[in-house]
Design a binder for this molecule. Structure first.
Ligand code: AHR
Length: 514
């Protein structure tokens, strides 16, 4: 048995829980849109073709904001192709994913879906092949009430009320050589600055996200953010971060410690952003939008049917299966620790989007004409989105640690905590990264008196399974949350939890001020 002691204090807060931390991502890629959220004729589809089963799961997951329409896709996309009568919309080649885009689904369809799902839209503009003119036209189309060319066209196309989109991505991963319209930091920094300026002249209430690095491993990381912000600091509100992780070559310790890398990445971007702020003697803060993060098995799982390297596809297909990763227990524990990392940095990371929502490296899977189900990674997201509220508390921690070759040593138990004064509750989110040992956790609450434990649930290896057990079409509920027994408050008022080996857990506790 390993052990961990976690200390939180009512007054030591990080900041309020940003609701936009529970974001997701819908890209025109693989089967995320087509046969994912949109499948006319599906038994659960409504009159618009939105799949009811996927909508239900999206709402259950507690998603707050959804980034759209890409991703790499957006860097070659013409948004005008996706508006107006569907029968007049052009079929186009999408070079990013080597597929044919029918444009049967576009901005109006997405706005209608977002309304039904109860999520905010985060719209990405194309700064790969396009520029300032198309960007400001799109803001006018989406957000201007009427009486101008683009806003009247929106009304003509059936949307009398503006979509009122607040958050805009200024392109996608333009630091990456794979990106259509890849740019140097200077080229992109100027373009981002001028696009943001023009977009805000149309609607000053919008918030814009500059493209940061596609990963901490990028050779230009650090320099890219510094240069881009040296141009665009005054015009932008956020800089983006993207990161994907996987278990490689059986090195499970490094995979389990990967949230260390997320922590470093976030802290390095904060330092870079703030260095530009200091140099400019600015009083304005630029926050972080971690708008792509997840586990993604980029290496080792390619099949003829699911090419991970798009060039291998050979033929141009409509919505083929792409990167439909199946997630297991280990992945869910790692995703739980990523959510902890994001929440612990919630004063500066105020937007985050798990990539993606359905089918494509996603917490929700669906089959054409068939069912939709929850992957293992659905659960930590759903519970944290439901129970993290009020203030994020700083978590001080002592206890057992483990070593990893890639990311150094890390605490066996990873934690984050929130305190909601209004509701009188504390929520503790815990990941036990010990593969074989249960963990004995003590949470000391300062300034708070613990009452009843109102919820205690864990996701772990199911009976008869192992750490690779996953939910599949045939066994949709093989892995889920189960009640965690033996959770209580001891004679000192400390919360005591025993976590099963390799598990993710949440404990909700009624509290009063002490
Ligand atoms: O989410 C899949 C892809 O990963 C996105 O299109 C791209 O932005 C990233 O490289």
């Amino acid at each position: 048995m390993t052990s961990a002691r976690i200390i939180v204090d009512r007054d030591f807060t990080v900041g309020p829980v940003p609701r936009r931390l529970f974001g997701s991502f819908v890209e025109h890629m693989g089967r995320c849109v087509y046969t994912g959220i949109f499948e006319p004729g599906h038994p659960t589809a409504d009159e618009n073709g939105y799949r009811g089963d996927v909508l239900d799961l999206t709402r259950e997951m507690g998603v707050s904001i959804v980034r759209y329409p890409g991703g790499n896709f957006v860097s070659g996309y013409r948004w005008e192709d996706g508006i107006g009568p569907v029968e007049d919309r052009p079929r186009r080649l999408d070079g990013a994913w080597h597929t044919v885009e029918t444009n049967a689904f576009g901005l109006h369809e997405f706005a209608g879906w977002a309304k039904k799902a109860g999520v905010e839209i985060m719209e990405a503009i194309n700064l790969g092949t396009r520029g300032v003119e198309e960007a400001r036209a799109l803001v006018e189309y989406a957000n201007h009430p009427g009486g101008t060319y683009w806003s009247d066209l929106r009304v003509k196309n059936g949307a009398k009320d503006p979509f009122g989109i607040k958050v805009w991505n200024l392109g996608n991963e333009l630091d990456g050589p794979w990106q259509i319209g890849h740019k140097t930091a200077d080229e992109y920094g100027r373009l981002a600055q001028e696009s943001a300026k023009a977009m805000k002249l149309v609607d000053p209430s919008i918030e814009v996200v500059a493209v940061g690095s596609s990963g901490r491993h990028m050779p230009t990381f650090g320099e890219w953010e510094h240069t881009v912000l040296s141009h665009a600091y005054d015009e932008v509100d956020y800089v983006s971060l993207h990161a994907y992780y996987q278990e490689l070559d059986g090195d499970v310790a490094s995979f389990l410690a990967a949230s260390n890398d997320m922590d470093y990445f976030i802290e390095e971007v904060i330092s870079t952003v703030d260095a530009v702020k200091a140099k400019r003697k600015s009083t304005k803060n630029v926050n972080l939008s971690f708008d792509e993060w997840n586990v993604w098995y980029q290496r080792g799982l390619e099949t003829e049917d699911q090419p991970h390297v798009v060039e291998k596809a050979g033929v141009w297909r409509e919505h083929p299966r792409l990167i439909e990763d199946t997630y297991n227990v280990t992945d869910a524990v790692v995703v739980g620790s990523f959510l902890n990392s994001l929440l612990r940095h919630g004063d500066r990371v105020t937007i985050a989007n798990q990539a993606q929502l359905v089918n494509v490296i996603a917490p929700i899977r669906s089959e054409q004409g068939g069912p939709a189900w929850r992957q293992t990674i659905f659960w930590p997201f759903a519970r944290m989105a439901e129970l993290a509220s009020g203030q994020i508390l700083r978590t001080a921690q002592t206890g057992d640690r483990f070593d990893s070759t890639q990311y150094g040593d890390a605490p066996v138990v990873d934690a984050s905590t929130t305190y909601d004064e209004e509701r009188g509750r504390v929520a503790v989110f815990l990941a036990n990264r010990g593969l074989d040992e249960a963990a004995d956790v003590t949470v000391t609450l300062r300034g708070l008196a613990a009452g009843e434990v109102t919820r205690a649930e864990a996701l772990t290896v199911p009976e008869g399974g192992d750490r690779f057990t996953a939910n599949t079409e045939q066994a949709q509920d093989a892995v889920g949350l189960t009640r965690l027994d033996g959770v209580g408050v001891d004679e000192h008022g400390d919360l005591k939890v025993t976590l099963p080996a390799l598990s993710w857990a949440v404990v909700e506790l009624a509290v009063t001020k002490a």
